[in-house]
Design a protein around this ligand. Structure first.
Ligand code: SF4
Length: 280
């Protein structure tokens, strides 16, 4: 195979929500000094978390690990009402870095009357999904991971569908259509966020013009995984890498699209680009 051509997917890298969360961390450091406790992760990128640790972030998996009176940062993809109440009860100083697009889902979930139902399409282990469920006005919450689970949903009075912001936009369209068929009165109240949509569309547009797609992002980043999946859905060889060390053997591919998830720092993209260019 001759010279490799690299095509950059655009937009790529940090979305407004991630930038806002990182600014909230920097502001908290300036104002309060370290340590700044962070519940779970601020954004889903291990490199970002490593850098934050060097700057005085202490990551905890439960509020019980945070000493009373300390500053605790809640992540970009939101936190449930129970955690907010617990933090208040324990006298913790909360800085909520939740993205406004996720807060919109919290408000929509909270507005659902107790006698109605909330269906959430997303990964039940993802903090965003747990957070939305945790703000629900109804206890009748059903989390759906895939279309195959729709058949098992019970009869419902007046369901509302909310979707995790980082899913594949085509999958959301399919799930919404199937749920509308099953529950004609369903209120469909959300889709992927615009930043995620634009990144997925950019992959959809570029993928047909290349031989393989490389997405830079952490393995647990939902939106980076979905960008890779979008390329696979279009029949392209697609790879998710965290850095140049993860690159597979790409010698069989002449034209490569390089993209990055919404929580991937530019430096990681730059390093992968340098490694790919070396092979060109
Ligand atoms: S991916 Fe979308 S919802 Fe998530 S932080 Fe970024 S802008 Fe907000």
């Amino acid at each position: 195979m001759g010279k490799k051509i690299i095509r950059l997917v655009s937009p790529r890298g940090f979305c407004a929500g991630v930038r806002g969360a990182l600014e909230a961390f920097e502001e908290a450091r300036r104002e309060h000094g370290s340590p700044i406790y962070v519940l779970h992760e601020l954004v889903h990128n291990r490199r970002v978390s490593r850098d934050m640790k060097k700057k005085g972030a202490v990551f905890v998996s439960s509020l019980a690990e945070v000493p009373a009176g300390s500053v605790v940062l809640f992540g970009a993809h939101g936190t449930g009402r129970a955690e907010h109440l617990e933090a208040e009860k324990r006298g913790l100083r909360v800085i909520d870095a939740c993205c406004p697009r996720v807060k919109r889902l919290h408000r929509a979930a909270a507005a659902i009357p107790a006698e109605d139902e909330l269906i959430i399409f997303g990964n039940p282990d993802h903090p965003e999904v747990r957070g939305v469920a945790g703000h629900s006005g109804t206890e009748r919450v059903f989390i759906v991971k895939s279309r195959s689970e729709i058949a098992d949903l019970p009869p419902m009075h007046r369901p509302t569908l909310l979707c995790q912001t980082t899913r594949d936009h085509r999958e959301i369209e399919e799930i919404s259509a199937l749920l509308r068929e099953k529950y004609p009165g369903i209120s469909v109240n959300s889709g992927v966020c615009d930043a995620v949509f634009r990144r997925q569309r950019a992959v959809e547009e570029l993928a047909p013009q290349v031989d393989a797609v490389v997405i830079v992002g952490s393995p647990h980043s939902s939106n980076a995984n979905r960008m890779r999946d979008v390329a696979s859905r279009l029949g392209k060889a697609a790879f998710l890498v965290e850095g140049p060390e993860d690159l597979p053997d790409l010698s069989g591919y002449g034209v490569i699209a390089l993209g990055a998830g919404a929580s991937t720092p530019d430096i990681a993209v730059q390093e992968v680009l340098t490694a790919l260019s070396r092979e060109s």
